[in-house]
Design a protein around this ligand. Sequence first.
Ligand SMILES: Cc1ncc(COP(=O)(O)O)c(C=O)c1O
Ligand SMILES: N[C@@H](CCOP(=O)(O)O)C(=O)O
Length: 463
Amino acid sequence: MHYLSTRGGIAPIGFADAVMMGLATDGGLLIPAEIPEVTPDQLRAWAGLSFQELALEVMTPFIGEEIPREDLRALIDRSYATFAHPQVTPLVEVGGNRILELFHGPTAAFKDVALQFLGNLFEYLLARSGGRLNILGATSGDTGSAAIYGVRGKERIQIFILHPKGRISPIQERQMTSVLDENVHNIAVRGTFDDAQGIVKSLFGDLPFKSAYSLGAVNSINWARILAQSVYYFHAWARVSGGDPERRVSFSVPTGNFGDVFAGYLAKRMGLPVERLVIATNRNDILTRFVRTGDYAVGDRVYQTLSPAMDIQIASNFERYLYYLLDGDSDRVRALFEDMRSSGRLEVDASHHRRVEADFAAAAVTDEETLEQIRSTYSSSGYILCPHTAVGVHAARGMRDVVCLATAHPAKFAEAVGEAIGLEAAQPPSLQGLMGKECRCIELDATAEAVKGHLQGALEAAV
Ligand SMILES: Cc1ncc(COP(=O)(O)O)c(C=O)c1O
Ligand SMILES: N[C@@H](CCOP(=O)(O)O)C(=O)O
């Protein structure tokens, strides 16, 4: 399989190079040259597979011969051995809703599903090439800890994670800053997640710097993230349908950076019988407005909400969707992102907008509705939703045959849960005792220059 850029500016590269490149060197996002198709017979056969076996089948066509099958199997097995549930991503029934629990990994959020795998994949590829990697990532709370956990202590890798100071939950912050391994560097930037992500993209766009310092990506700009996340859509569909290819299932996806719902879109394009993908946003509703109007317009500010990991305006993976929506017309994608850069908005025409409406439903959920959803689910079933999951469950009200993605453990968001139901969710062992631990984190202005200077200093000191 070869990989191309959404903006058409790179020669085709293989899977390993795509994983290492992260963001395409022309500023676009990497996508596979073609999307492999799954047949109804495969869907039937895959329905009996474990999560790990399914991951092997779903990922193989995207990787081809670049990683021998037995090596890939070992990578997958090692990555999911740290999950606390034998099914990895179990599907549970809660008061008439189907909840796909994606938070049984070591940092209690869905990011673990891809990032434990990506950490091991980086290690494997670097051991083979003899290279080194300096990861630069941005987080609104969950990617950071999952990525840090995935690479902590690994030889050949340093990781620098930017988080928006004061805009993530106290537990999320501690999950990152209490990791004291020498290869882990936490940076609180004085700004929003969008600022942090903008800095990451701008430093990846500084090609001499990227190449001199071997920068790599853990955010969902990295294709391996999308690929690994698409596996749980297949897994959940199989649990609901029993492998019947005629049975269509919808998914409600709490959405911020558009990576998770894009992984569902990929699964659908591969042939998974998906009825609707629901984009569930909080007050930061740029994606909901896009689905409703065809106009992708950045608002005047990023609102702080009770679902802070989704406090995002500029959704990275939106560019991948746009590429497919425009049938692979990379000139048009590039032109639209030029519009975006100059005016803060881009628009698709009426016929493309109709296709968007066919691909997605969307709803923006307020903090009041989020609290009400946590409350009502708890009072009807005793089950505690995290605020992000509550956004997804609320957005899916009244829908049939829908799976709601539970993206984080409720104990990560004690404040919102406490406000809703007056008690805290019991912490899984991975979150216990964090608040008393020693921490390490530096603070910087939210500028590319400040972060670049810090990285240069830290990496030169490490040589
Ligand atoms: C708990 C949680 N839910 C939902 C999201 C949104 O997912 P995505 O950014 O892939 O749209 C995030 C952050 O990404 C998150 O951390
Ligand atoms: N909510 C995310 C934001 C980054 O998203 P990613 O999927 O692109 O890594 C987070 O928790 O950091």
